[in-house]
Design a protein around this ligand. Sequence first.
Ligand SMILES: Cc1ncc(COP(=O)(O)O)c(C=O)c1O
Length: 461
Amino acid sequence: MNGTTTPDNAALQEAAKRHMWLHFTRHSSYAGADVPIIVRGEGQYVYDQHGKRYLDGLAGLFVSQIGHGRADVAEAAARQASELAYYPLWSYAHPRAIELAERLANYAPGDLNRVFFTTSGSEAVESAWKLAKQYFRLTGQPGRYKVLSRAIAYHGTSHGALAITGLPDIKIPFEPLPPGGVRVPNTNFYRAPEFVADDVAVFGRWAADEIERAIEREGPESVAAVYLEPVQNSGGCFPPPPGYFQRVREICDQYGVLLVSDEVICAFGRLGYMFGSDRYGYQPDVITFAKGVTSGYAPLGGMIVRDYLMEPYLRGETSFLHGVTFAGHPVSCAVALANLDVFEKEDLLGNVRANEGAFRATLERLSDLPIVGDIRGDGYFYGIEMVKDKATRETFDDAESERLLRGFLSHALFDAGLICRADDRGDPVIQLSPPLTCTQQHFDEMEQILRSVLTQAWSRI
Ligand SMILES: Cc1ncc(COP(=O)(O)O)c(C=O)c1O
Protein backbone atom coordinates (compact mmCIF):
# COMPACT_ATOMS: atom_id res chain seq x y z
CA MET A 1 0.00 0.00 0.00
CA ASN A 2 2.99 2.32 0.03
CA GLY A 3 3.28 5.09 -2.50
CA THR A 4 0.65 6.80 -4.58
CA THR A 5 -0.35 6.42 -8.20
CA THR A 6 -2.73 8.99 -9.59
CA PRO A 7 -2.95 12.69 -8.70
CA ASP A 8 -6.48 11.97 -7.50
CA ASN A 9 -5.11 9.47 -5.08
CA ALA A 10 -2.43 11.86 -3.87
CA ALA A 11 -5.03 14.55 -3.19
CA LEU A 12 -7.38 12.10 -1.47
CA GLN A 13 -4.53 10.71 0.62
CA GLU A 14 -3.47 14.16 1.73
CA ALA A 15 -7.01 15.17 2.62
CA ALA A 16 -7.66 11.87 4.41
CA LYS A 17 -4.51 12.22 6.49
CA ARG A 18 -5.19 15.86 7.25
CA HIS A 19 -8.91 15.77 7.98
CA MET A 20 -10.23 12.28 8.65
CA TRP A 21 -10.48 10.78 12.12
CA LEU A 22 -10.91 7.06 11.58
CA HIS A 23 -12.67 4.88 14.12
CA PHE A 24 -10.67 2.57 16.37
CA THR A 25 -7.61 3.37 14.24
CA ARG A 26 -4.00 4.00 15.10
CA HIS A 27 -3.36 6.97 12.86
CA SER A 28 0.37 6.59 13.43
CA SER A 29 0.29 3.46 11.29
CA TYR A 30 -0.52 5.65 8.26
CA ALA A 31 2.39 8.02 8.80
CA GLY A 32 4.43 6.21 6.14
CA ALA A 33 1.67 4.36 4.33
CA ASP A 34 -1.48 5.08 2.36
CA VAL A 35 -4.86 5.06 4.01
CA PRO A 36 -6.76 2.28 2.23
CA ILE A 37 -9.53 3.96 0.27
CA ILE A 38 -12.36 1.77 -0.95
CA VAL A 39 -14.12 3.39 -3.87
CA ARG A 40 -16.57 0.87 -5.28
CA GLY A 41 -18.31 -2.41 -4.59
CA GLU A 42 -19.81 -5.13 -6.75
CA GLY A 43 -21.30 -8.35 -5.43
CA GLN A 44 -18.90 -10.00 -3.00
CA TYR A 45 -16.00 -7.71 -3.95
CA VAL A 46 -14.85 -4.16 -3.30
CA TYR A 47 -12.25 -2.11 -5.21
CA ASP A 48 -9.70 0.35 -3.93
CA GLN A 49 -8.58 3.65 -5.49
CA HIS A 50 -6.04 1.82 -7.65
CA GLY A 51 -8.67 -0.53 -9.07
CA LYS A 52 -7.42 -3.48 -7.02
CA ARG A 53 -10.10 -6.02 -6.11
CA TYR A 54 -10.70 -7.51 -2.64
CA LEU A 55 -12.99 -10.30 -1.54
CA ASP A 56 -15.11 -8.72 1.18
CA GLY A 57 -14.84 -11.53 3.71
CA LEU A 58 -16.26 -9.33 6.47
CA ALA A 59 -19.26 -7.89 4.59
CA GLY A 60 -17.88 -4.43 5.37
CA LEU A 61 -18.34 -4.73 9.11
CA PHE A 62 -20.81 -7.64 9.34
CA VAL A 63 -23.20 -5.50 7.29
CA SER A 64 -23.36 -6.19 3.53
CA GLN A 65 -25.59 -9.29 3.54
CA ILE A 66 -26.80 -8.96 -0.07
CA GLY A 67 -23.43 -7.78 -1.36
CA HIS A 68 -22.38 -4.52 -2.95
CA GLY A 69 -23.61 -2.47 -5.88
CA ARG A 70 -27.28 -3.46 -6.04
CA ALA A 71 -29.00 -0.88 -8.25
CA ASP A 72 -32.50 -2.03 -7.19
CA VAL A 73 -31.81 -1.16 -3.56
CA ALA A 74 -30.13 2.13 -4.49
CA GLU A 75 -33.16 3.02 -6.61
CA ALA A 76 -35.52 2.36 -3.69
CA ALA A 77 -33.49 4.91 -1.70
CA ALA A 78 -33.69 7.49 -4.49
CA ARG A 79 -37.44 6.98 -4.92
CA GLN A 80 -38.04 7.46 -1.21
CA ALA A 81 -35.84 10.55 -1.01
CA SER A 82 -37.89 12.22 -3.73
CA GLU A 83 -41.21 11.19 -2.18
CA LEU A 84 -40.45 11.97 1.48
CA ALA A 85 -36.83 12.40 2.45
CA TYR A 86 -37.40 12.97 6.11
CA TYR A 87 -39.96 13.00 8.79
CA PRO A 88 -39.42 12.17 12.46
CA LEU A 89 -41.02 9.32 14.37
CA TRP A 90 -41.72 11.67 17.27
CA SER A 91 -45.54 11.54 17.41
CA TYR A 92 -45.74 10.94 13.63
CA ALA A 93 -45.26 7.87 11.49
CA HIS A 94 -44.53 7.43 7.80
CA PRO A 95 -45.51 4.55 5.51
CA ARG A 96 -42.09 2.90 5.09
CA ALA A 97 -41.46 2.75 8.84
CA ILE A 98 -44.92 1.27 9.40
CA GLU A 99 -44.45 -1.32 6.65
CA LEU A 100 -41.01 -2.23 7.94
CA ALA A 101 -42.16 -2.50 11.57
CA GLU A 102 -44.97 -4.84 10.53
CA ARG A 103 -42.62 -6.93 8.41
CA LEU A 104 -40.02 -7.25 11.18
CA ALA A 105 -42.72 -8.18 13.70
CA ASN A 106 -43.92 -10.89 11.32
CA TYR A 107 -40.40 -12.31 10.98
CA ALA A 108 -39.62 -12.13 14.70
CA PRO A 109 -40.33 -15.10 16.97
CA GLY A 110 -43.39 -15.22 19.27
CA ASP A 111 -45.03 -11.98 20.37
CA LEU A 112 -42.11 -9.68 19.54
CA ASN A 113 -44.50 -7.27 17.87
CA ARG A 114 -43.36 -3.76 18.68
CA VAL A 115 -40.51 -2.05 16.81
CA PHE A 116 -38.62 0.96 18.13
CA PHE A 117 -36.24 2.28 15.48
CA THR A 118 -32.80 3.80 16.06
CA THR A 119 -29.98 4.66 13.68
CA SER A 120 -27.33 2.26 14.98
CA GLY A 121 -26.59 -0.83 17.03
CA SER A 122 -25.22 1.09 20.01
CA GLU A 123 -28.40 3.13 20.14
CA ALA A 124 -30.48 -0.04 19.94
CA VAL A 125 -28.54 -1.53 22.86
CA GLU A 126 -28.93 1.67 24.91
CA SER A 127 -32.60 1.94 24.03
CA ALA A 128 -33.28 -1.57 25.32
CA TRP A 129 -31.59 -0.72 28.61
CA LYS A 130 -33.62 2.48 28.98
CA LEU A 131 -36.82 0.67 28.00
CA ALA A 132 -36.11 -1.94 30.71
CA LYS A 133 -35.32 0.64 33.40
CA GLN A 134 -38.41 2.71 32.73
CA TYR A 135 -40.56 -0.43 32.36
CA PHE A 136 -39.53 -1.65 35.79
CA ARG A 137 -40.25 1.75 37.31
CA LEU A 138 -43.68 1.74 35.72
CA THR A 139 -44.40 -1.74 37.06
CA GLY A 140 -43.35 -1.16 40.65
CA GLN A 141 -39.80 -2.54 40.59
CA PRO A 142 -37.72 0.67 40.46
CA GLY A 143 -34.63 -1.04 41.89
CA ARG A 144 -33.99 -3.03 38.72
CA TYR A 145 -31.29 -1.33 36.66
CA LYS A 146 -28.32 -3.71 36.35
CA VAL A 147 -27.46 -5.53 33.15
CA LEU A 148 -25.52 -8.74 32.79
CA SER A 149 -23.40 -9.44 29.72
CA ARG A 150 -20.55 -11.76 28.84
CA ALA A 151 -16.83 -11.40 29.12
CA ILE A 152 -15.19 -9.91 26.00
CA ALA A 153 -18.60 -9.30 24.34
CA TYR A 154 -18.95 -6.11 22.28
CA HIS A 155 -22.28 -4.31 22.53
CA GLY A 156 -21.34 -0.85 21.25
CA THR A 157 -19.46 2.28 22.24
CA SER A 158 -21.81 4.98 23.53
CA HIS A 159 -21.55 5.29 27.32
CA GLY A 160 -24.52 3.05 28.11
CA ALA A 161 -23.66 0.45 25.51
CA LEU A 162 -20.03 0.57 26.63
CA ALA A 163 -21.10 -0.21 30.19
CA ILE A 164 -22.64 -3.40 28.77
CA THR A 165 -19.62 -4.17 26.57
CA GLY A 166 -17.24 -6.64 28.21
CA LEU A 167 -13.91 -5.49 26.75
CA PRO A 168 -11.90 -3.80 29.53
CA ASP A 169 -9.37 -2.09 27.24
CA ILE A 170 -11.94 0.00 25.38
CA LYS A 171 -13.78 0.94 28.58
CA ILE A 172 -10.97 2.09 30.85
CA PRO A 173 -10.35 5.54 29.27
CA PHE A 174 -14.02 6.42 29.65
CA GLU A 175 -14.66 5.42 33.22
CA PRO A 176 -16.69 6.02 35.23
CA LEU A 177 -19.35 4.52 33.02
CA PRO A 178 -23.04 4.31 33.95
CA PRO A 179 -23.27 1.90 36.89
CA GLY A 180 -24.84 -1.52 36.61
CA GLY A 181 -22.77 -3.48 34.06
CA VAL A 182 -22.01 -6.97 35.41
CA ARG A 183 -19.93 -9.65 33.62
CA VAL A 184 -20.66 -13.36 33.32
CA PRO A 185 -18.60 -16.02 31.47
CA ASN A 186 -18.87 -16.40 27.71
CA THR A 187 -19.28 -19.68 25.82
CA ASN A 188 -15.73 -20.15 24.53
CA PHE A 189 -15.58 -23.94 24.80
CA TYR A 190 -12.03 -24.04 23.42
CA ARG A 191 -10.96 -22.14 26.55
CA ALA A 192 -13.44 -23.76 28.95
CA PRO A 193 -12.37 -24.10 32.60
CA GLU A 194 -10.87 -27.55 33.14
CA PHE A 195 -13.67 -28.88 35.34
CA VAL A 196 -16.20 -28.47 32.49
CA ALA A 197 -13.88 -28.90 29.50
CA ASP A 198 -14.84 -32.50 28.59
CA ASP A 199 -18.45 -32.06 27.59
CA VAL A 200 -19.88 -29.08 25.73
CA ALA A 201 -23.37 -29.55 27.21
CA VAL A 202 -21.98 -29.61 30.76
CA PHE A 203 -19.93 -26.52 29.93
CA GLY A 204 -23.04 -24.79 28.57
CA ARG A 205 -25.04 -25.64 31.66
CA TRP A 206 -22.25 -24.23 33.85
CA ALA A 207 -22.00 -21.02 31.78
CA ALA A 208 -25.78 -20.50 31.94
CA ASP A 209 -25.88 -21.26 35.66
CA GLU A 210 -23.22 -18.58 36.16
CA ILE A 211 -25.92 -16.11 35.07
CA GLU A 212 -28.13 -17.34 37.88
CA ARG A 213 -25.25 -17.06 40.36
CA ALA A 214 -24.57 -13.48 39.21
CA ILE A 215 -28.24 -12.55 39.61
CA GLU A 216 -28.23 -14.02 43.14
CA ARG A 217 -24.97 -12.28 43.98
CA GLU A 218 -26.15 -8.87 42.71
CA GLY A 219 -29.59 -9.22 44.27
CA PRO A 220 -32.41 -10.27 41.92
CA GLU A 221 -34.41 -7.14 42.76
CA SER A 222 -31.60 -5.03 41.20
CA VAL A 223 -31.19 -6.87 37.88
CA ALA A 224 -33.07 -5.61 34.82
CA ALA A 225 -31.71 -7.56 31.86
CA VAL A 226 -29.17 -9.95 30.45
CA TYR A 227 -27.67 -9.14 27.02
CA LEU A 228 -26.45 -12.04 24.91
CA GLU A 229 -25.56 -12.40 21.25
CA PRO A 230 -26.76 -15.64 19.62
CA VAL A 231 -23.12 -16.22 18.55
CA GLN A 232 -20.73 -13.96 20.43
CA ASN A 233 -18.62 -12.05 17.94
CA SER A 234 -15.83 -10.60 20.01
CA GLY A 235 -13.28 -13.23 21.02
CA GLY A 236 -13.90 -15.04 17.73
CA CYS A 237 -17.39 -16.48 17.20
CA PHE A 238 -18.56 -18.44 20.24
CA PRO A 239 -21.71 -20.40 19.34
CA PRO A 240 -24.04 -21.33 22.20
CA PRO A 241 -23.57 -24.83 23.60
CA PRO A 242 -26.64 -27.08 23.26
CA GLY A 243 -29.26 -26.17 25.87
CA TYR A 244 -27.53 -22.92 26.85
CA PHE A 245 -30.25 -20.50 25.77
CA GLN A 246 -33.02 -22.75 27.05
CA ARG A 247 -31.43 -22.69 30.51
CA VAL A 248 -30.89 -18.90 30.30
CA ARG A 249 -34.57 -18.45 29.39
CA GLU A 250 -35.58 -20.49 32.47
CA ILE A 251 -33.34 -18.35 34.69
CA CYS A 252 -34.70 -15.11 33.25
CA ASP A 253 -38.28 -16.31 33.81
CA GLN A 254 -37.51 -17.40 37.35
CA TYR A 255 -35.97 -14.05 38.32
CA GLY A 256 -38.09 -11.71 36.18
CA VAL A 257 -35.05 -10.54 34.20
CA LEU A 258 -35.37 -9.51 30.52
CA LEU A 259 -33.48 -11.56 27.96
CA VAL A 260 -32.12 -9.17 25.33
CA SER A 261 -30.84 -10.96 22.25
CA ASP A 262 -28.30 -8.58 20.76
CA GLU A 263 -28.59 -9.53 17.10
CA VAL A 264 -26.81 -6.53 15.63
CA ILE A 265 -24.61 -9.05 13.81
CA CYS A 266 -26.53 -12.32 14.00
CA ALA A 267 -29.90 -11.25 12.53
CA PHE A 268 -30.82 -11.06 8.84
CA GLY A 269 -29.33 -14.26 7.58
CA ARG A 270 -25.89 -14.24 9.16
CA LEU A 271 -26.78 -17.61 10.73
CA GLY A 272 -29.17 -18.75 7.97
CA TYR A 273 -32.29 -17.41 9.74
CA MET A 274 -33.88 -13.99 10.01
CA PHE A 275 -32.93 -14.01 13.69
CA GLY A 276 -30.29 -15.95 15.58
CA SER A 277 -32.86 -16.71 18.27
CA ASP A 278 -34.81 -18.67 15.62
CA ARG A 279 -31.80 -20.76 14.83
CA TYR A 280 -31.19 -21.71 18.43
CA GLY A 281 -34.87 -21.92 19.39
CA TYR A 282 -35.25 -19.41 22.20
CA GLN A 283 -37.65 -16.57 22.86
CA PRO A 284 -36.03 -13.22 23.71
CA ASP A 285 -37.92 -10.37 25.36
CA VAL A 286 -36.11 -7.88 23.15
CA ILE A 287 -34.11 -8.27 19.94
CA THR A 288 -31.69 -5.49 19.08
CA PHE A 289 -30.70 -5.18 15.41
CA ALA A 290 -28.85 -2.91 12.95
CA LYS A 291 -26.25 -3.65 10.23
CA GLY A 292 -27.79 -6.33 7.97
CA VAL A 293 -31.32 -4.89 8.11
CA THR A 294 -30.30 -2.57 5.28
CA SER A 295 -27.15 -4.41 4.12
CA GLY A 296 -25.52 -1.03 4.66
CA TYR A 297 -27.27 0.82 1.81
CA ALA A 298 -28.42 3.26 4.53
CA PRO A 299 -27.99 3.29 8.32
CA LEU A 300 -30.71 1.83 10.54
CA GLY A 301 -31.05 0.01 13.84
CA GLY A 302 -33.74 -0.75 16.35
CA MET A 303 -35.27 -3.09 18.85
CA ILE A 304 -38.18 -5.48 18.55
CA VAL A 305 -40.04 -5.85 21.80
CA ARG A 306 -42.58 -8.30 23.24
CA ASP A 307 -46.12 -7.04 23.70
CA TYR A 308 -46.09 -7.14 27.50
CA LEU A 309 -43.17 -4.68 27.64
CA MET A 310 -45.17 -2.08 25.71
CA GLU A 311 -48.24 -2.59 27.89
CA PRO A 312 -47.50 -0.01 30.64
CA TYR A 313 -46.46 2.52 27.98
CA LEU A 314 -49.91 2.34 26.38
CA ARG A 315 -51.73 3.87 29.33
CA GLY A 316 -52.67 7.40 30.32
CA GLU A 317 -49.94 10.00 30.31
CA THR A 318 -47.08 7.55 30.01
CA SER A 319 -44.58 7.58 27.16
CA PHE A 320 -41.13 6.11 26.61
CA LEU A 321 -38.94 9.15 27.32
CA HIS A 322 -36.45 8.45 24.59
CA GLY A 323 -35.88 9.20 20.90
CA VAL A 324 -33.37 10.29 18.25
CA THR A 325 -33.88 12.52 15.22
CA PHE A 326 -32.88 10.14 12.44
CA ALA A 327 -34.33 6.92 13.90
CA GLY A 328 -36.37 5.03 11.31
CA HIS A 329 -35.31 7.46 8.60
CA PRO A 330 -37.66 7.07 5.60
CA VAL A 331 -34.81 6.39 3.18
CA SER A 332 -33.32 3.78 5.52
CA CYS A 333 -36.70 2.09 5.95
CA ALA A 334 -37.28 2.03 2.18
CA VAL A 335 -33.82 0.53 1.75
CA ALA A 336 -34.49 -2.08 4.45
CA LEU A 337 -37.71 -3.14 2.68
CA ALA A 338 -35.87 -3.41 -0.65
CA ASN A 339 -33.07 -5.33 1.06
CA LEU A 340 -35.54 -7.79 2.58
CA ASP A 341 -37.17 -8.18 -0.86
CA VAL A 342 -33.77 -9.32 -2.14
CA PHE A 343 -33.56 -11.82 0.74
CA GLU A 344 -36.88 -13.29 -0.31
CA LYS A 345 -36.47 -13.17 -4.10
CA GLU A 346 -33.03 -14.72 -3.98
CA ASP A 347 -33.63 -17.03 -1.01
CA LEU A 348 -30.53 -15.84 0.81
CA LEU A 349 -31.46 -17.70 4.00
CA GLY A 350 -31.71 -20.85 1.88
CA ASN A 351 -28.32 -20.09 0.34
CA VAL A 352 -26.67 -19.83 3.75
CA ARG A 353 -28.34 -22.99 5.01
CA ALA A 354 -27.42 -24.92 1.87
CA ASN A 355 -23.79 -23.76 1.83
CA GLU A 356 -22.78 -23.30 5.44
CA GLY A 357 -21.58 -26.92 5.66
CA ALA A 358 -19.34 -26.34 2.64
CA PHE A 359 -18.05 -23.08 4.13
CA ARG A 360 -17.16 -24.83 7.37
CA ALA A 361 -15.57 -27.79 5.55
CA THR A 362 -13.49 -25.45 3.38
CA LEU A 363 -12.22 -23.51 6.40
CA GLU A 364 -11.53 -26.75 8.26
CA ARG A 365 -8.95 -27.63 5.60
CA LEU A 366 -6.83 -25.03 7.38
CA SER A 367 -6.62 -27.18 10.50
CA ASP A 368 -3.50 -28.83 9.10
CA LEU A 369 -1.59 -25.55 9.68
CA PRO A 370 0.36 -25.45 12.95
CA ILE A 371 -0.88 -21.94 13.78
CA VAL A 372 -4.59 -22.85 13.54
CA GLY A 373 -5.92 -23.82 16.97
CA ASP A 374 -9.68 -23.69 16.59
CA ILE A 375 -12.21 -23.01 13.85
CA ARG A 376 -15.66 -22.15 15.19
CA GLY A 377 -18.90 -20.51 14.24
CA ASP A 378 -22.18 -21.17 12.48
CA GLY A 379 -23.87 -19.99 9.30
CA TYR A 380 -21.66 -17.50 7.46
CA PHE A 381 -19.89 -16.40 10.63
CA TYR A 382 -16.56 -17.96 11.58
CA GLY A 383 -13.58 -17.32 13.81
CA ILE A 384 -10.18 -18.96 13.44
CA GLU A 385 -8.15 -18.87 16.62
CA MET A 386 -4.39 -18.81 16.22
CA VAL A 387 -2.10 -20.49 18.74
CA LYS A 388 1.60 -20.83 19.39
CA ASP A 389 1.28 -24.48 20.32
CA LYS A 390 -1.57 -26.57 19.02
CA ALA A 391 -1.12 -29.39 21.54
CA THR A 392 -1.14 -27.19 24.65
CA ARG A 393 -3.34 -24.44 23.10
CA GLU A 394 -0.77 -21.92 24.33
CA THR A 395 -1.65 -18.49 23.02
CA PHE A 396 0.60 -15.60 22.00
CA ASP A 397 1.72 -13.06 24.57
CA ASP A 398 0.86 -9.39 24.04
CA ALA A 399 4.08 -8.53 22.21
CA GLU A 400 3.82 -11.54 19.89
CA SER A 401 0.19 -10.81 19.25
CA GLU A 402 1.03 -7.22 18.40
CA ARG A 403 3.75 -8.35 15.98
CA LEU A 404 1.63 -11.06 14.45
CA LEU A 405 -1.69 -9.30 14.06
CA ARG A 406 -0.91 -5.65 13.66
CA GLY A 407 2.63 -6.03 12.39
CA PHE A 408 1.90 -8.66 9.77
CA LEU A 409 -1.43 -10.41 9.35
CA SER A 410 -3.80 -7.49 8.86
CA HIS A 411 -1.66 -5.98 6.10
CA ALA A 412 -0.70 -9.28 4.52
CA LEU A 413 -4.31 -10.46 4.22
CA PHE A 414 -5.38 -7.12 2.76
CA ASP A 415 -2.46 -7.08 0.34
CA ALA A 416 -3.37 -10.61 -0.72
CA GLY A 417 -6.88 -9.41 -1.59
CA LEU A 418 -8.94 -10.62 1.37
CA ILE A 419 -10.75 -8.31 3.75
CA CYS A 420 -11.34 -10.02 7.06
CA ARG A 421 -10.60 -9.13 10.63
CA ALA A 422 -7.50 -10.01 12.59
CA ASP A 423 -8.61 -9.31 16.13
CA ASP A 424 -6.76 -9.55 19.42
CA ARG A 425 -9.39 -8.22 21.78
CA GLY A 426 -9.50 -11.75 23.23
CA ASP A 427 -7.10 -14.45 22.09
CA PRO A 428 -5.88 -13.71 18.54
CA VAL A 429 -8.45 -14.65 15.91
CA ILE A 430 -9.26 -14.08 12.27
CA GLN A 431 -12.91 -13.47 11.62
CA LEU A 432 -14.95 -14.12 8.53
CA SER A 433 -18.46 -12.93 7.87
CA PRO A 434 -18.89 -12.70 4.10
CA PRO A 435 -21.95 -11.58 2.10
CA LEU A 436 -24.72 -14.17 2.17
CA THR A 437 -24.46 -14.55 -1.61
CA CYS A 438 -21.07 -16.28 -1.35
CA THR A 439 -20.64 -19.77 -2.76
CA GLN A 440 -17.87 -22.37 -2.99
CA GLN A 441 -15.68 -20.26 -5.29
CA HIS A 442 -15.52 -17.55 -2.61
CA PHE A 443 -14.89 -20.07 0.20
CA ASP A 444 -12.00 -21.49 -1.84
CA GLU A 445 -10.58 -18.01 -2.43
CA MET A 446 -10.71 -17.27 1.31
CA GLU A 447 -9.08 -20.60 2.16
CA GLN A 448 -6.27 -20.15 -0.36
CA ILE A 449 -5.40 -16.65 0.78
CA LEU A 450 -5.59 -17.61 4.45
CA ARG A 451 -3.43 -20.70 3.87
CA SER A 452 -0.71 -18.72 2.18
CA VAL A 453 -0.71 -15.79 4.65
CA LEU A 454 -0.97 -17.99 7.77
CA THR A 455 1.91 -20.13 6.50
CA GLN A 456 4.04 -16.99 6.13
CA ALA A 457 2.94 -15.83 9.59
CA TRP A 458 4.07 -19.10 11.14
CA SER A 459 7.48 -18.82 9.54
CA ARG A 460 7.89 -15.42 11.21
CA ILE A 461 7.16 -16.60 14.75
C1 LIG B 1 -23.40 -7.24 18.96
C2 LIG B 1 -23.24 -5.79 18.70
N1 LIG B 1 -23.97 -4.91 19.39
C3 LIG B 1 -23.88 -3.57 19.17
C4 LIG B 1 -23.01 -3.08 18.23
C5 LIG B 1 -22.90 -1.59 18.01
O1 LIG B 1 -23.42 -1.28 16.77
P1 LIG B 1 -23.05 0.14 16.07
O2 LIG B 1 -21.63 0.06 15.66
O3 LIG B 1 -24.01 0.19 14.90
O4 LIG B 1 -23.34 1.20 17.06
C6 LIG B 1 -22.22 -3.96 17.48
C7 LIG B 1 -21.29 -3.45 16.47
O5 LIG B 1 -20.52 -4.16 15.88
C8 LIG B 1 -22.33 -5.36 17.72
O6 LIG B 1 -21.58 -6.22 17.05
